[in-house]
Design a binder for this molecule. Structure first.
Ligand code: PGA
Length: 267
């Protein structure tokens, strides 16, 4: 099973309607069907504008979070089906092609500031898949955990939440917390070690063929000047980019750094 590189932009709590429009207008014509798959995840309020511009292009739009229930009394929350249906007014017949396609689950900032647990992250991911969305599921250790030699144990525990998910609509993101927004990046060797462990773990949880085809992204201070080295590692199948994704030229340089060819399970 081959693995097409996946490069995702996580805008976090940044951007305006005008900035997402300008950004996507600059990006959509450059991204083709042959290179890496490209996903842009702006804040909820910018999703309709983003979807309108990305419609018909090779750029997919993703959300940064969703609730684990399909509807209910949850003030301030957004259900996955609402995301998938955002474009209903635009082109009802083409919902699957035109709606929000991806959602991020289990990001460390959600875990750190909003009480996200392994269980709630897993529940969000399952709900998202029920609504037809593809999921980027994030895991990663703190600096203390790394220094205590607990990295692989933490990744094993966190990734248990992907059990039962549909691997055809899933990507994992390894995001060492000490590298997020800090300018510190994992070395290519550290990333490869973690990614290989995650692929082994995915094999136990999802089965070997699914694990061989699963894309595992690296996130944590990915920039145009370090992307190529990280993406050259054999189990690094893409990137989840925060700060450096806000500038469209920087994000494009990172997309460009991804290997053009798909990777096969036999590598
Ligand atoms: P960063 O964020 O690239 O700004 O480190 C990555 C992420 O949190 O997804």
């Amino acid at each position: 099973m081959s693995r097409r590189p996946l490069i995702a932009a996580n805008w976090k709590m940044h951007g305006t309607v005008a900035s997402v429009q300008a950004y996507l207008e600059a990006l959509v014509d450059r991204v083709g069907a042959a290179g890496p798959e490209v996903v842009v995840c702006p804040p909820f309020t910018l999703l309709p504008a983003a979807v309108l511009i990305a419609t018909g292009s090779e750029v997919a739009i993703g959300a940064q979070n969703c609730h684990w229930e399909d509807s209910g009394a949850f003030t301030g929350e957004v259900a996955p089906a609402m995301l998938a249906a955002f474009t209903g007014e635009v082109a009802p017949a083409m919902l699957a092609e035109l709606g929000v396609r991806w959602v991020i689950a289990g990001h460390s900032e959600r875990r750190q500031y909003f009480g996200e647990s392994d269980a709630s992250a897993g529940a969000r991911a399952k709900a998202a898949q029920r609504a037809g969305l593809d999921v980027i599921f994030c895991v990663g250790e703190t600096l203390e955990q790394r220094e205590a030699g607990a990295t692989l144990a933490v990744l094993e525990r966190q990734s248990t939440a992907i059990e039962g998910l549909d691997p055809a609509h899933l990507a994992l993101a390894y995001e060492p917390i000490w590298a997020i927004g800090t300018g510190k990046t994992a070395t290519a060797t550290q990333a490869q070690e973690a990614h290989a462990a995650l692929r082994r773990r995915a094999g136990e949880l999802l089965g070997e063929p699914a694990a061989a085809g699963l894309r595992i992204l690296y996130g944590g201070s990915v920039k145009p000047d370090n992307a190529a080295v990280l993406l050259a590692e054999k189990d690094v199948d893409g990137a989840l980019v925060g700060g450096a994704s806000l500038d469209v030229e920087g994000f494009w340089a990172i997309i460009h750094a991804a290997p053009g060819e798909h990777r096969g399970a036999e590598e």
